[in-house]
Design a protein around this ligand. Structure first.
Ligand SMILES: C[S@@+](CC[C@H](N)C(=O)[O-])C[C@H]1O[C@@H](n2cnc3c(N)ncnc32)[C@H](O)[C@@H]1O
Length: 291
């Protein structure tokens, strides 16, 4: 059944690792190539920078993938970054991309799982978890958050992004329309959902790209609840680009001039924090503090 647990945690992690091993370059491309992608990336970076500040001692980046946000994290770190990923190919790619910068904090590249972190209790000043990693943990998401709660120091920071059900539905239809599949899906939704999704047992993450893994979508309220159980208090949440995430022309027009681009970013940041907009963008970001 779709969404039900079909694998043990270990099998699921192996599956996620193998899937990402095969798409390291595609992962890098996810935030480049057109204005919308750059917008989604820039909003994540600004949220991260705003909350990390400039002087964290030890920062854990869980799932750096090809290292899209690793340099941003390193700029905020004084002592050491620990980059933990299931995938060795991702770590190698991140290391190559991040480069050697002797003046900056060193990075430990660690192959491992977020659910079994190789750190002692309360030793990390901030944990950054970007790329829907808690969603990928499916039924083990709460256990992953508990493990992060174990290693983050009191008053330490947690920043993550999550895929929401409403945002994912919006993305699904947006991609279907771009791929000229939407009419077919809406005419006969059972063809797609019954024949394709239920037959394969995969998640309908995007048309033509049924996700080959279990994946749990979260609302902001659900994230806050799970974080509270793991010992965190959420204090900021922001939808990613509720205005332009799925409107190709808006970001493209804004990108033509630095001033219009900055104004779009600020608009997104304001609208993205309105309660009604929280789950309408390209997922949402959450910042929380360890109690
Ligand atoms: C979608 S990519 C995200 C990359 C980057 N953080 C970003 O946002 O662009 C997810 C990465 O997290 C890793 N990953 C997923 N689940 C993980 C887990 N439970 N523990 C450690 N790494 C994990 C994958 O191997 C992959 O490299």
């Amino acid at each position: 059944m779709v969404g039900a647990r079909t694998q043990t945690p270990r099998q699921r992690r192996r599956h996620v690792r193998r899937s990402f091993e095969g798409r390291v370059e595609a992962e890098w491309g996810r935030y480049a190539g057109n204005a919308q992608r750059v917008l989604r990336r820039t909003l994540r970076e600004r949220f991260l920078t705003r909350h990390l500040g400039r002087s964290r001692d030890i920062v854990l980046e869980l799932g750096p993938g090809p290292g899209r946000f690793t340099s941003v994290i390193r700029r905020s770190t004084r002592t050491r970054v620990a980059a933990v990923d299931l995938s060795l190919a991702s770590l190698r790619s991140a290391r190559r991309r991040t480069g050697r910068q002797p003046a900056r904090a060193p990075i430990d590249w660690i192959q491992g799982a977020g659910e079994l972190l190789p750190f002692r209790n309360r030793t990390v000043d901030a944990a950054v978890v970007l790329g829907n990693i808690v969603n990928f943990a499916a039924a083990d998401g709460p256990a992953l958050l508990q493990e992060l709660g174990r290693v983050v120091k009191r008053q330490g920071l947690f920043v993550a992004d999550f895929a929401s059900p409403a945002g994912a539905t919006h993305e699904f239809f947006h991609v279907a329309a771009q791929r000229r599949l939407l009419r077919r899906i809406l005419r006969r939704p059972d063809w797609y959902f019954v024949d394709q999704v239920l037959r394969t047992g995969y998640q309908p993450y995007a048309p033509t790209r049924l996700a080959r893994w279990e994946f749990r979508f979260y609302t902001v309220g659900e994230v806050e609840e799970e974080l509270a159980r793991a010992g965190f208090r959420a204090f900021d949440a922001m939808s990613i680009a509720p205005v332009a995430a799925f409107e190709d022309r808006v970001a493209a027009i804004a990108r033509r001039e630095p001033r219009t681009w900055e104004n779009l970013l600020r608009t997104e940041e304001k609208v993205g924090r309105r309660v009604g907009a929280l789950e309408t963008g390209h997922g949402f970001m959450v910042a929380a503090v360890r109690r």
